[in-house]
Design a protein around this ligand. Structure first.
Ligand code: ZN
Length: 506
């Protein structure tokens, strides 16, 4: 009975923190969608204030006593073995976050939130004007604070290890290097063989694709996937994202490029994949600390699954192409479905990460991983970032960016202090490939299901093996339980090899 009381009290505290966190999400969603630009300073204060309040909730000193009463300690993070598995997973999450956040002084938390909010607004302007020097002081300050945070968290090898923990629990810089090395070699080899086949003509190039029809098509697909619009919405931002204002309010954004018919669709499908994860948490864990992705990498596996496995497949286009042709009759006249499908899978080294194909995408991540680690350790000065970016881009992608907007200013992450986040994108591809392999053993060919429009069977597998748990299990436990093996790059490279051998006749 005493234990039940302690558990109830702990849930009260963590749910209150979730309330504050979701209000912050609402404000930052508004900042990126509809907030007038003049409101930025007050918004930065609002966000900073609420982040301070959230920090207070998370480091509530009562938490330590309640965890102890439930048998939780650093040696026994799951607490009393007689408790249900879900509650034990919850206790592990609470202890990890509590121990981590009590290491940060409140002044650092509020300062970081303020600088992130201002930094993000400065980044938007710098990117639009292609003005890296204007963004430099913000990035310098953000990195200083990130370094300070890493020092507070503590680390044995590199400050990067202290920060990556927020995105991929248990991962280290050394491990990421180890996973990325064969991935880089495999991708470079495959891209080389694809390029040797010569440049592929794109029948969609040089045409105009009005946004209204693109939106109609994207909405149709995202609803077919199972995205619940009664518990979400779609808006437009410079950088597409998914955010959670509560378990019944999971919003996504996209952007329409009138010279590219596929960009918005793939962005929308990608974000809807993230949103399906968040909408799919077990009802029992909603709006509390387990209502979160197991890690950013696992989160990314869900978006990649729908984007790359489902929406870039030939059966998908056999099903949806007539509808797209109906929306763009003149642009697509004379373009057959197989040509269109090939156009959706063109492999080409290109400057912008979010527009990259699924093969070269990993190279963009390796570039960022290397540079952000050097920025954080201080080996690379912010002023030297554009040159270092150009050099790495030359090495991995074979060209230098035309300008900084196309180079080191293209992503929002660093302006928000998110150093250590990028590897999750590549890990997502690896998880995705491994999940696909395991899923097909259970429910048969995914392409056959996609061709029949039976997305429900796919979603059910993901719900049962991934979504349902939220943060109850560690990423390593989820992948082991769902696939029977620890994470490796083997399936990812194997799947790419199979797919592109066929597409390019390698
Ligand atoms: Zn994503």
């Amino acid at each position: 009975m005493e234990q039940q009381k302690a558990l109830t009290r702990l849930h009260d505290i963590t749910r209150e923190a979730s309330l504050v966190a979701s209000v912050i999400s609402g404000l930052s969603w508004d900042q990126e969608t509809y907030m007038p630009s003049g409101a930025i300073d007050w918004r930065a204060e609002q966000t900073s204030y609420l982040t301070g309040l959230l920090h207070e909730k998370v480091v509530n000193p009562d938490i330590a006593g309640l965890l102890a009463a439930l048998g939780v300690s650093p040696e026994n993070p799951l607490g009393d073995p007689s408790l249900p598995a879900r509650e034990r997973g919850y206790l592990r999450v609470v202890q990890r976050r509590y121990l981590r956040e009590t290491k940060l002084p409140a002044s650092l938390v509020t300062e970081l939130a303020k600088v992130q909010s201002l930094g993000q607004a400065a980044w938007v302007e710098a990117r639009t004007k292609n003005d890296f020097p204007a963004f430099m002081p913000f990035l310098e300050r953000i990195l200083e604070l990130d370094r300070e945070a890493a020092k507070c968290y503590g680390y044995s090898k590199s400050p990067y290890d202290a920060l990556i923990e927020d995105y991929e629990v248990g991962a280290t810089e050394a491990q990421i290097k180890e996973i990325f090395a064969p991935m880089e070699a495999g991708i470079v080899d495959l891209v080389g063989r694809i390029e040797a086949k010569g440049k592929r003509a794109n029948p969609c190039e040089g045409k105009k694709w009005p946004a209204a029809q693109q939106e109609a098509f994207s909405r149709r697909v995202m609803v077919d996937m199972g995205y619940d619009l009664a518990r979400g919405r779609l808006d437009i931002t410079a950088h597409p994202f998914t955010t959670n204002l509560g378990s019944d309010d999971v919003r996504i954004t996209t952007r329409y490029l009138e010279d590219n018919v596929l960009s918005a669709l793939f962005s929308t499908v990608h974000e809807a994949g993230h949103a399906l994860y968040e909408q799919g948490f077990d009802p029992e864990i909603r709006n509390d600390w387990l209502a979160d992705g197991a890690s950013m990498g696992v989160h990314e596996s869900q978006s990649r699954f729908w984007e790359n496995v489902v929406a870039r497949s030939l059966p998908f286009w056999r099903r949806y192409y007539p509808e797209l042709q109906g929306l763009f009759p003149s642009q697509l006249s004379g373009v057959g479905v197989e040509d269109f499908h090939r156009a959706a899978n063109i492999v080409e080294r290109s400057p912008i990460r979010v527009e990259a194909d699924e093969v070269t995408y990993g190279l963009h991540i390796i570039l960022r991983f290397k540079l952000e680690s050097a920025l954080l350790s201080g080996d690379l000065a912010v002023a030297d970032l554009p040159a270092a970016w150009a050099a790495e881009s030359q090495r991995l992608l074979g060209f230098k960016p035309k300008n900084d907007a196309q180079g080191c200013l293209q992503d929002v992450h660093w302006s928000m202090g998110l150093v250590g986040y990028f590897p999750s994108y590549a890990l997502g591809n690896l998880y995705c490939a491994q999940f696909l392999n395991a899923m097909e053993k259970e429910i048969g060919s995914v392409e056959t299901l996609v061709g029949k429009g039976e997305f429900g069977a796919i979603l059910s597998w993901l719900r049962k093996n991934v979504h349902h748990f939220g943060k109850e299990k560690l990423p390593s436990e989820i992948v082991l339980q769902a696939t029977g093996e620890p994470l490796s790059s083997h399936y990812f490279l194997g799947n790419l090899e199979r797919k592109y051998t066929e597409l390019y006749g390698l």
